[in-house]
Design a protein around this ligand. Sequence first.
Ligand SMILES: C[S@@+](CC[C@H](N)C(=O)[O-])C[C@H]1O[C@@H](n2cnc3c(N)ncnc32)[C@H](O)[C@@H]1O
Length: 327
Amino acid sequence: MPLCISIERTLAERAIKELRRRGILDREHLITRAGNSVIVPVRVNAPGELELSFTRLPVFECSPPLREIVKAPLPSLDVVGNVVILRENVLKLRRAEDIIAAIKQVYPRVKAVWVKEETNDVFRIPLLKLLWGEEVREITVKEYGIEMRVKLGEVYFNPRLAEEHRSVAQLTKNGEVVVDVFSGIGGFTLHIASMRRCLVVANDLNPVAYELLVENIKLNRRKLKSTIIPLNSDAVELPHILRQGVADRLIADFPMKSTEYYEVYEKLLKPRGILHLYTVSTCSPEYARAKLAGVFENWHIVQCKPVLEYAPRTEIYRCDLVKPDNV
Ligand SMILES: C[S@@+](CC[C@H](N)C(=O)[O-])C[C@H]1O[C@@H](n2cnc3c(N)ncnc32)[C@H](O)[C@@H]1O
């Protein structure tokens, strides 16, 4: 049976703060009103008396309502720094107040809850609507000890890519020239540079992403072993900026459009160079493979593996390809 104290309304806030600080506020049940009193559920062993710093109160058995969040778990969300990002469709299933209450209880330090409304096609930037809290847009996140500054709503950023950044970095070897064709704020680049001695060219067309890429290189400079060349160009210009056949490895993380840049990859990569290409496909890795086979004739498609869910029954795959000798 739950246990409660009853306290006069004007003293309730002070008592609740103290209970919370002492870790004896019962968060599974709701605080309710009874006339001029407030009934506060508490986590103590047995009925009796509870001593607060400013008063003593009887503890009695009670039946406060369960918090809804206990019955309904948190929706799928991303927590980045002290900010929570929800997908728009979550609001079709549950009331905003319930979601906010649940988030605040599980993540008490959260300062803002944003709803991701749509993604602008060119820079892959989400349109964010503030559901609750302060307009916190500038945050610092950490992936495997690498710090990254992010401006939410101005650059592409997905906290679910941390493992993928690491996996690709683990595939690289010392001495390679790597071109991160669509680098964003530098996820792949910084992971590679923190693990290997390479030359990494990181490029993004979005000027804000480029600005943050440069800032993130500076922020992590003590941890980086590679030389990084940041660029702010259209990918189609890269073969005019860099020497043709310069790259041992390319990363092409622009899933909706990556196949449109075939000529760029073909020009920049050495024979037998490796391309990590991200692409959107339905159903299975075989569909992703078949889609690429039509574009990358004679290239060896080593594997396609799912990385992220993009939409129901649609995933983002990473396909690893090897450029043939004779292209
Ligand atoms: C999916 S995001 C890349 C994410 C990044 N690799 C990461 O791990 O966070 C695709 C990026 O491509 C950039 N982009 C779009 N069109 C481009 C182009 N023509 N040339 C270079 N970059 C482009 C966008 O600004 C965006 O940052």
